[in-house]
Write a protein that binds this ligand. Structure first.
Ligand code: ADP
Length: 380
């Protein structure tokens, strides 16, 4: 029996969930070195040895899932713990089940087989803006951060990867659709001095966009490769909230320079329980820091500041999580009105207090970009 398709094996393995991330082991890119020889299937699962005993349960679950595939008579799953071949710390060798002498390729495989990095040589830095959940002001922050980064002639692109609820056209006041360049690429739309692309521009606004995982990641890949960005000093990517297929595709296929996490004060204490922070850390994408949005309230009539959730909590929490605190943005009616009305505050009131607030955050992001670019990946 030799005609077992790899996709059948991957389908079976996709039913096995990594308890640490809550994501299936194929989607999480943990499966590598899949080999089918006759009815004997071998593969490795890349794991974090810190998970301990749960790993053996997962390994056995993976083996028995594959054993159900027709034609399979023997399954060997091994756990591997090496991310990088270069000099790992001594304890990183502690494989609960060390790979046998046969060195398996470590490149994780997924349904889309192609996991090579997308080359974007014209883009000097890529910054992802993420949040644990929706409605915390991630898009508002991404838009105003991108605008604040576009100072001193810096060329900035803004990609709305939130294909489930694209908000960039609304926030940037973009009503036109992008045109195609001669070589068939999408020309980004220039608004308020930065280049913008969003799924929202490619589909009609009223069309409900229902994406299945592979469609969504395919659309993102297309957006990453088929846009004529030209030379950019930085591309800011507004991610969908939480973690999912889009995030995985992005961290696997695109060389992110770093990530900015947006949170409200109420949710900041929950951040480490959420997966976002860990996801970036796991794949060695530096987390540039946390922006606390709706951090405090300034009464429009008196100008008095109210620290509704107390003062300094976010800084303390960021410190506890070991990530920098990039700054707090108040809950303010003008921020809401301008961002919902397509007139982002950094662009329309560049001398105002909020342009300064976002400007200070942008400054820290530029510094973090510089450090990340000067630091070799393995040392981060
Ligand atoms: P997300 O991208 O996290 O879903 P949005 O950026 O779309 O969040 O913001 C959700 C709503 O909150 C929008 O109406 C937006 O205008 C508003 N908003 C975001 N940040 C602020 C703020 N600092 N002050 C007032 N309103 C805000």
């Amino acid at each position: 029996m030799t005609d077992i398709a790899e996709t059948q094996i991957l389908d079976a393995l996709a039913s096995v969930i990594d308890s640490a991330s809550g994501i299936d082991i194929v989607g999480a890119g943990m499966v590598s070195g899949l080999r089918v020889e006759g009815g004997h299937v071998t593969f490795s699962i890349e794991v974090d040895p810190a998970q301990g005993a749960a790993l053996e349960t997962m390994r056995q679950a993976a083996e028995s899932a594959v054993r159900q595939v027709k034609g399979v008579d023997k399954v060997t799953a091994v756990l591997t713990a090496e991310r990088k071949p270069a000099a790992p710390a001594p304890h990183a060798h502690a494989h609960p089940h060390p790979p046998q002498s046969n060195p398996m390729p470590r490149q994780p495989i997924g349904r889309h087989a192609n996991n090579r990095k997308i080359e974007l040589p014209e883009i000097k830095a890529i910054v992802a803006v993420a949040s644990g959940k929706g409605g915390v002001g991630k898009s508002t922050t991404a838009v105003n951060l991108a605008l604040a980064m576009a100072k001193d002639g810096k060329r900035i692109g803004l990609l709305d990867a939130d294909i489930y609820g694209p908000s960039l056209p609304r926030m940037m006041g973009i009503k036109t659709k992008p045109t195609q360049s001669e070589d068939g690429k999408i020309n980004p739309i220039e608004a308020w001095g930065i280049k913008c692309v969003s799924m929202g521009m490619l589909v009609a606004e009223e069309t409900p966009v229902i994406w299945r995982g592979p469609m969504a990641t395919g659309a993102l890949e297309q957006l990453m490769t088929d846009v004529a960005w030209g030379e950019l000093d930085a591309l800011v990517i507004d991610l969908p909230p939480g973690t999912g297929d889009i995030h995985l595709t992005l961290v696997q296929r695109v060389s992110l320079t770093g990530a900015v996490i947006v949170s409200t004060p109420q949710d900041i204490a929950l951040l480490d329980a959420r997966k976002g922070l860990n996801m970036f850390k796991k794949v060695e994408v530096p987390v540039f820091g946390i922006v606390e949005n709706m951090s405090y309230f300034i009464a429009p009539d008196t100008g008095k500041r109210y620290d509704i959730f107390g003062h300094g909590g976010a800084e303390r929490e960021a410190e506890r999580l070991g990530v920098p605190f990039l700054g707090g943005v108040p809950l303010d009616m003008t921020i809401r009105e301008t961002s919902d009305d397509g007139r982002p505050i950094v662009a329309t009131d560049p001398q105002g207090v909020y342009a300064q607030t976002y400007g200070a955050i942008a400054e820290k992001v530029w510094q973090a970009i510089k450090i990340a670019q000067a630091t070799p990946k393995a040392a981060q």
